[in-house]
Design a protein around this ligand. Structure first.
Ligand code: MN
Ligand code: MN
Length: 457
C-alpha cells in the first residue's frame, strides 16, 4: 500500500496511474457539482436528488428503521442530512461527517434597486468574510428566490448559462486611482460600494430605473416591493476550471466548503453500510456563525437524531446525549495550505501543503486556541489509524502560525453534546475569494477519507 503520511512526497508522487485516472475523473464530477450547486438551496436540491435516486427516503415518513435503511432530512431547503442505518442501534453511536453548503457572496438588500446618473444598481450586503476589493470586475450571477405579492414563488438563476447576461461591480480605473491606491486594502473598496450594475437602457423621457423595473415585471412578474421578502444572492458566474498544464488543480467559486460537501455526498453514496449509522450532514449559515434555523446552532440536528432514536424505541433527551457521547464526527471543513507567495503567515512544519492529502486539524481558534474544539488525542489516534489502514493520504494542518489569525468551524457545537470530533477537510489557496484554488488530489483524498470513516468500526 502507498505511503499515507509524508511531508516530502506529494500525493501525486505516491499515486499509481490508475489512482491518477480516478482523481481526474473525480475532478470532472466535482466541477459539475460546483457549477450546479452554486448556493445552499441549489446544493440541497442536488444532494437530495442524488440521494433519492440512490434510494433515500424522507425520515419523517418512516414507521420503522431497519439496518441498511436510507433516510434524509430536508431543513427548509437550505440544509440536509442523509443517514444510512447501521447494524447496531443508533444509540450506540453514529459516524458523522459534517460539512457546510453556504459560501461567501453578496446578498441583495431589501430595497436593492436604485439609479445613479443613468446606471441602475442592486445594493448588496456581503455574506461571510470577504476581501471586498476582490469582488469588482468579475461576472456575477443572480440566484435565489423571490415571491410576488400574491405569493407566487419565483426561482431566479441568471448568469450561469453562457447565453445569460451577468451583473457587474465597477472599480476605479488606475489612471484616476491615486487617492484610492493610498488607502489600505480593507478600505480601497467599501461594502456600500459593492453595488452591481443591472441596466442602463431606457427610452426617451423614461428613467433608467423604471425601464429596468418594467423589464423585470414583464419577464418575471416581479415588482419592486417583492424584493423586500426575497432571498437573492450575487455569486461569481465563472465556471469551474482546471488549472495548470497538468490540470492538477481546480479554480472555482465556493470550494469552501463544497469540496468537503461533495466528498461527503460521494462518500456516503459509495460507503458500504456499516455497523454504525452513517450520517452525512450538509449545513447552512456556517460562514456567519451557524445562526438561523438552518444553521448548526439551531435544533434541527437534535430533532433528526431524536427522530431516529424514536423509531428505534428511544428518544428522551438523555438518549440523545448518550447517542452523541457515543458518536464520532469529522468536521468536514476546508483549511488553508501554505502559500509559497505568502509564507510569512504560516509555520512551515505544521501547515498543510497543497497536494499532500486531506488535512487533519487538531485545533483551530485564535490567540491561544480560543474558540477551538481541540480534538482529543484518543480520537486523533483512531482517525489516523482509520486513514492509514484505509490507504488515505492525510496530513496535519493549522490555521496560520501562532497569533497570526484563526477561525472556527461547526466542530465545537457538536462537541458540546459530547461527540468526539476533529476538523478534517481539504486544504486550499485563496480561500473566500470569488475563485479559490485547490489540488484535485486533495479533493479526491477527502472523498476517500470520508468513505473509509463511514465504513469504520
Ligand atoms: Mn468553511
Ligand atoms: Mn469559510
Amino acid at each position: 500500500m502507498r505511503e499515507t503520511y509524508s511531508r516530502t512526497a506529494s500525493v501525486w508522487q505516491r499515486m499509481t496511474p490508475r489512482e491518477r485516472r480516478a482523481v481526474m475523473n473525480y475532478g470532472e464530477k466535482y466541477k459539475a457539482f460546483l457549477d450546479t450547486a452554486r448556493t445552499e438551496r441549489l446544493a440541497v436540491n442536488e444532494i437530495l436528488s442524488r440521494a433519492e435516486a440512490a434510494g433515500f427516503k424522507p425520515l419523517y415518513d418512516q414507521k420503522e428503521l431497519k439496518p441498511g435503511d436510507k433516510v434524509y432530512w430536508n431543513q427548509k431547503g437550505k440544509s440536509a442530512i442523509l443517514a444510512v442505518i447501521g447494524q447496531d442501534p443508533v444509540h450506540s453511536g453514529m459516524k458523522i461527517v459534517g460539512s457546510h453548503i453556504d459560501a461567501p457572496r453578496l446578498d441583495l438588500k431589501g430595497n436593492p434597486v436604485h439609479e445613479q446618473d443613468g446606471l441602475v444598481y442592486f445594493r448588496t450586503h456581503y455574506y461571510g468574510g470577504i476581501k471586498k476589493y476582490q469582488w469588482p470586475c468579475i461576472p456575477l450571477a443572480l440566484v435565489g428566490v423571490i415571491y410576488t405579492k400574491r405569493g407566487k414563488k419565483i426561482e431566479v438563476n441568471i448568469g450561469m448559462d453562457e447565453k445569460d447576461p451577468v451583473f457587474y461591480i465597477t472599480d476605479l480605473l488606475i489612471h484616476m486611482a491615486q487617492d484610492q491606491m493610498k488607502k489600505t486594502m480593507a478600505e480601497g473598496v467599501t461594502g456600500e460600494q459593492l453595488q452591481a450594475i443591472i441596466g442602463s437602457h431606457s427610452n426617451r423621457d423614461e428613467k433608467a430605473k423604471d425601464a429596468v423595473m418594467n423589464l423585470i415585471k414583464k419577464e418575471y412578474g416581479v415588482e419592486e416591493e417583492d424584493f423586500t421578502s426575497a432571498e437573492l444572492e450575487l455569486v461569481p458566474a465563472m465556471k469551474s476550471r482546471d488549472v495548470g498544464f497538468d490540470r492538477s488543480l481546480i479554480a472555482a467559486y465556493g470550494q469552501d466548503d463544497r469540496v468537503c460537501s461533495f466528498a461527503n455526498l460521494e462518500g456516503i453514496l459509495a460507503a458500504k453500510p456499516g455497523l454504525k449509522t452513517q450520517v452525512a450532514l450538509f449545513t447552512d449559515k456556517e460562514e456567519i456563525g451557524s445562526y438561523g434555523n438552518t444553521g448548526m446552532q439551531s435544533s434541527y440536528f437534535v430533532k433528526f437524531v431524536m427522530k431516529l432514536l424514536a423509531l428505534q424505541g428511544k428518544g428522551g433527551l438523555l438518549d440523545f446525549y448518550e447517542t452523541m457521547e457515543n458518536s464520532e464526527m469529522l468536521s468536514g471543513d476546508v483549511n488553508s495550505c501554505m502559500d509559497p507567495m505568502f509564507p510569512e503567515v504560516t509555520e512551515k512544519d505544521n501547515s498543510s501543503l497543497c497536494g499532500y492529502g486531506i488535512a487533519l486539524t487538531k485545533y483551530t481558534g485564535a490567540r491561544g486556541k480560543a474558540g477551538s474544539n481541540d480534538a482529543n488525542s484518543e480520537f486523533m489516534q483512531k482517525v489516523r489509524t482509520i486513514f492509514n489502514e484505509g490507504g488515505v493520504a492525510w496530513q496535519i494542518g493549522e490555521l496560520g502560525k501562532v497569533d497570526q489569525g484563526g477561525g472556527g468551524t461547526i466542530a465545537f457545537m457538536m462537541a458540546d453534546w459530547g461527540c468526539e470530533v476533529v476538523d478534517c477537510g481539504t486544504a486550499m489557496l485563496s480561500m473566500h475569494s470569488p475563485y479559490d484554488l485547490l489540488s484535485k488530489a486533495d479533493a479526491y483524498e477527502t472523498f476517500l477519507a470520508y468513505k473509509v470513516f463511514f465504513e469504520s468500526k
